[in-house]
Ligand binder design. Structure first.
Ligand code: ZN
Length: 390
């Protein structure tokens, strides 16, 4: 997708984008104006207002004014705000008068946003609106026409992109071991303690083979019913992917340890996804490695009818488990620092704030903390359960 760059000059960084940034999500805006994207960006990079955004999009063009690794001032949530410090800002043009050219600008924006999501491995939950951060009714016309409608448009574009090249078996894991392990524990509350590190084992061994260990973990969940077993394969076999277990009733391969079982699983995926030799220093554990036509199934959905027979939705079932796992569960709530201030995050985006002009108590781990209306913890005010300042 062609992007016209008209980047703010470095001598204006202190006004427009003073902080370096690693974006965590997208923030959608409407310009509430009738100028085209080129003019919006030109105006923005040349004035001295502390107002800025990364992209403006009209019915024909995507114009970039700020690099993605710099912050911008757009979300109205202050110098330490998540929106201003972690959000990629996208302005959709022509929202003042609306009509066909606004609708076309929205369509181009949804295609562009879907590309960003795909590039970064993000889901639709990474698409936020200005309103989420400051309460301002923005993107006003997009909201008038329906926010869910807009998200569905983005999702449809993302589905097309994902379908076009599918989701590869090879590559880096995205989800954390903590999130995967937390999901396992919640799906299987009586999990045998010997599996307490299995998510980590999948990520570690997956990384050795450049196989997505997080999705392989989800395949394990699918195959073993979240390690409850109960099918042909017994827990004691350490066989997490039904290797050698056939519809004829064969109980399948047995591995000496969890580590060996995970290695065999990853090797079996490796056999399907690539025709490369095993990585240096690795030795073969998977007894069925050489029965696979090497490299025949580079995508998870290519395993349909191969790993599982019959199976027209086998890969999709694994990816569905994968999509449902969010990092939020295991990581939040937690305190996060921005600058020299601390905020109590309840998810990747939301943190606790007091009402305007008020202070608010937060109970955390037996201690009580005060935050102000910006959400910042007040320095030196930490009080224990008995109400004593400590
Ligand atoms: Zn806005």
């Amino acid at each position: 997708m062609a992007i016209i760059k008209n980047l703010v000059k470095e001598n204006k960084y202190s006004i427009k984008c003073p902080f370096s940034m690693e974006p965590e999500f997208i923030v959608v805006h409407n310009t509430a104006n009738d100028a085209c994207a080129t003019n919006e960006i030109n105006y923005m990079i040349n004035n001295d207002n502390q107002v800025s955004y990364h992209y403006a999009i009209d019915d024909h063009f995507i114009v970039q004014g700020i690099l993605e690794n710099r912050n911008a001032w757009h979300a109205g949530d202050g110098a330490e705000g998540m929106g201003n410090r972690k959000g990629l800002a996208i302005e959709i043009c022509y929202s003042k008068s609306g009509g066909k050219r606004f609708e076309d600008a929205e369509i181009l924006a949804t295609k562009f946003i879907a590309e960003i999501l795909k590039d970064k491995g993000w889901g639709i939950d990474k698409v936020r609106k200005h309103q989420d951060f400051s309460g301002k009714y923005c993107p006003h016309r997009t909201l008038d026409m329906g926010w869910t409608r807009f998200l569905n448009m983005v999702q449809a574009e993302l589905n097309i992109l994902n379908k076009a090249d599918g989701i590869a078996i090879m590559g880096k894991s995205v989800k954390s071991a903590a999130a995967l392990q937390a999901e396992l524990q919640s799906k299987n509350p009586t999990l045998n303690p010997r599996f307490k590190d299995i998510a980590n084992t999948y990520l570690k061994i997956g990384a050795k083979y450049n196989v997505k260990g997080d999705i392989a973990f989800c395949q394990m969940a699918h195959e073993t019913g979240w390690l409850k077993f109960g099918g042909q394969v017994a827990e004691s076999q350490n066989n997490f992917a039904g290797i050698g277990a056939t519809n004829g009733g064969a109980k399948g391969a047995v591995f000496a340890s969890i580590e060996d079982g995970v290695t065999a699983h990853i090797q079996h995926l490796y056999a399907y996804a690539t025709s490369l030799d095993l990585p240096q220093g690795e030795y073969l554990i998977d007894p069925r490695f050489n029965l696979v036509k090497r490299g025949i199934a580079p995508l998870w959905t290519d395993l349909n009818g191969r790993w599982a027979v019959p199976g027209t939705t086998y890969g999709q079932s694994i990816l569905k488990i994968y999509d449902a796992i969010t990092d939020d569960k295991s990581d939040y709530p937690k305190w996060r620092a921005f600058g020299d201030k601390w905020y109590y995050y309840t998810s990747a985006y939301d943190y606790v704030k007091a009402s305007v002009g008020q202070l608010k108590w937060i109970n955390d781990n037996g201690k009580r903390y005060l935050v102000d209306e910006s959400g910042a913890m007040l320095a030196n005010v930490v009080i224990n359960k008995n109400g004593e300042v400590i």
